[in-house]
Design a protein around this ligand. Structure first.
Ligand code: ATP
Ligand code: MG
Length: 140
């Protein structure tokens, strides 16, 4: 039913829950591909060099470690596991990659690392639900 699953993670508790569900689903559904992505915010150009390179390296490093944890959490699944680090506004980047990779399901957490308590859905999950080209599974 779902052949190309896209999992978006930001290192939060909710994203960890989403990761566990994505792995369970992959085991049952046997899709072709499970793609895990992390998006980091663009680095403002006014930082100048070498600060800009330092900031990029540090954000990529953080993203790398978030991805590694998610992939370790996924463990053995009967499909290809791909991963990607993207730069941009998180919801826009998630929607763009879901279009280019022809994802047929996006899995993400209801909340993320944001600090505004009380929200049911964070802004990233709200935007993705509103604009995704495919079904979205929001995990609490
Ligand atoms: N930078 C990101 N890269 C990949 N996935 C992300 C990113 N940010 C959020 N997500 C995904 O979206 C889910 C919901 O996070 P969201 O950002 O909407 O909530 P929040 O951080 O609590 O709120 P806000 O960002 O609006 O303050 C996360 O659990 C994760 O699955
Ligand atoms: Mg957030």
């Amino acid at each position: 039913m779902f052949e190309r699953i896209l999992l978006a993670v930001d290192g939060s508790e909710h994203a960890l829950h989403a990761t566990k569900k994505a792995a369970e689903l992959a085991r049952v559904m046997k899709p072709k591909e499970l793609r895990v992505v992390v998006v980091y915010d663009p680095i403002p150009i006014y930082l100048g060099e070498p600060n800009m390179q330092i900031a990029i390296t540090s954000r990529k490093g953080e993203a790398e470690s978030i991805l590694e944890k998610a992939i370790a959490e996924i463990g053995e699944v009967p499909c290809e596991v791909q991963s990607g680090i993207l730069e941009g506004e998180p919801a826009e980047a998630i929607i763009e990659v879901s279009n280019t990779r022809k994802s047929d399901l996006i899995i993400m957490g209801s909340r993320g690392l944001g600090r505004l308590a009380g929200l049911v859905l964070g802004s990233t999950s709200q935007k993705v639900v509103a604009h995704a080209p495919c079904p979205v599974l929001i995990v609490r």
